[in-house]
Write a protein that binds this ligand. Structure first.
Ligand code: 13P
Ligand code: SF4
Length: 313
C-alpha cells in the first residue's frame, strides 16, 4: 500500500492519541490519510456503536458535526473533539429543530411517529421517536407501531427508498443531500457504457432515477461486504469519494470505478473534506473544538438513539 501520510505529522498524532488516551473514529468519507490513522473506520451506525462502547477518555471524531454530537449524546462523560467544528451536513441544515417543532404542533392531530435519519441535529433527535441510519432504516421502519403514521425526516430520498422496500406509507420531510442528488442517470449511464460488466452500487440518498440503475442500494458499510462477496470484479461506486479508499483497502483484488472526468460518479462532500491531518493533530493537542450540549436536550436525544441501537443488534 502507498503511504501518503507525512511521517512526522502522523507520528505526532499517534503520540498525542496515546498521551490523551484517545480513540480516533473516522467515517468512510474521510481522506485516505485520516482513514489510515483511525482506530475504526465505518458508517454512521458502526461509529455510533463504537462511540458508545469506547473506554478511551477522548473521542476524536473525524466525520461531520452531527456524528460527533451523536458520540457525545451516547457517551457524555467523554471529551468529544472534531477536527473542524464547521463540518456540517446539508441534510441536517434542511431540517432545523424549531421548524420541525412547529410542524409537529401544526399537525398534532396526525399524531406522527417521527423517525429521524441520524443526519440531523440533537434538537431534531430530541423531537423524534426513533433514529435510523441508512444501514438500518428498513428495519427501524418495519418496527414502528402499525397504528401510527410515520413522519420521516429529513431525507426524502432515503425515505422514498425505505417506502419502496417496506411498502409502508410515510410522510417525508423534503430534505436532501447536496452530494448525492448531483448524480444523474446520464452520468451513470455514460460510465456504464465504458464498464458494461461493472455492478452499480449506490447510496440510498441518491434520487429515484439513479437508484433504478443500481444493482445494489445500501449504506457505506454494506458496500464493503457487497463488493467483497459479489462474484463481480468491478464496481461503479455512486457515493462520496472517500468510500473508494475504504473499498480499495478492504477489497484490494477488485476494481472500483469513480467515473471518468465529466461524468463523475464519486464526488467530494465539502463538509467531510474540511477535516485534515493538521486539524486532527490540533484538536488532539488543544482538545478543541469540543462538542457539548445542554443536558436536557442530550437526554431527550439519547432515548431515540438507544431505541435504534437496541433494534439494530
Ligand atoms: P452511511 O451511514 O451510509 O455511512 O451514510 C452517512 C452519510 O452521511 C451519507 O451521506
Ligand atoms: Fe451530509 Fe451529504 Fe455530506 Fe453525507 S455526503 S455528510 S449527507 S452533505
Amino acid at each position: 500500500m502507498v503511504k501518503l501520510t507525512t511521517p512526522s505529522l502522523a507520528d505526532d498524532i499517534l503520540r498525542l492519541k496515546k498521551e490523551r488516551n484517545a480513540v480516533i473514529l473516522a467515517h468512510n468519507y474521510q481522506s485516505r490519510e485520516i482513514q489510515e490513522l483511525a482506530d475504526y473506520v465505518g458508517d454512521s451506525l458502526g461509529l455510533a456503536y463504537k462511540a458508545k462502547e469506547t473506554s478511551a477518555d477522548v473521542i476524536a471524531f473525524c466525520g461531520v458535526h452531527f456524528m460527533a454530537e451523536t458520540a457525545k449524546i451516547v457517551n457524555p462523560k467523554k471529551i468529544v473533539v472534531l477536527p473542524d467544528a464547521n463540518a456540517g451536513c446539508s441534510l441536517e441544515q434542511s431540517c432545523p429543530g424549531p421548524q420541525l417543532e412547529k410542524f409537529l404542533q401544526v399537525n398534532a392531530a396526525k399524531n406522527y411517529y417521527v423517525i429521524a435519519y441520524i443526519n440531523c441535529s440533537a434538537a431534531v433527535k430530541a423531537l423524534s421517536d426513533c433514529i435510523c441510519t441508512s444501514g438500518n432504516a428498513v428495519r427501524i421502519v418495519q418496527a414502528a407501531p402499525m397504528d401510527r403514521l410515520i413522519l420521516f425526516v429529513p431525507d426524502q430520498n432515503l425515505g422514498a427508498w425505505v417506502m419502496e422496500q417496506t411498502g409502508r406509507k410515510m410522510d417525508l420531510w423534503q430534505g436532501s443531500c447536496y452530494v448525492h442528488v448531483e448524480f444523474t442517470r446520464d452520468s451513470i449511464n455514460a460510465i456504464k457504457q465504458q464498464h458494461p460488466d461493472a455492478k452499480v452500487v449506490a447510496h440510498p440518498e441518491c434520487t429515484y432515477a439513479v437508484r433504478l440503475l443500481a444493482d445494489e442500494v445500501c449504506s457505506t458499510e454494506k458496500m464493503v461486504s457487497y463488493c467483497r462477496d459479489s462474484s463481480s470484479s468491478a464496481f461503479i461506486i455512486v457515493t462520496e469519494s472517500g468510500m473508494l479508499h475504504r473499498l480499495e483497502r478492504e477489497v484490494p483484488d477488485k476494481k472500483f470505478i469513480p467515473g471518468p472526468t465529466g461524468h463523475c460518479a464519486c464526488a467530494d462532500c465539502r463538509y467531510m473534506k474540511m477535516n485534515t491531518l493538521e486539524k486532527l493533530h490540533d484538536c488532539l493537542l488543544h482538545l478543541r473544538p469540543q462538542v457539548n450540549l445542554p443536558e436536557d436536550v442530550r437526554l431527550r436525544a439519547e432515548k431515540p438513539i438507544l431505541r435504534m441501537l437496541e433494534l439494530s443488534r
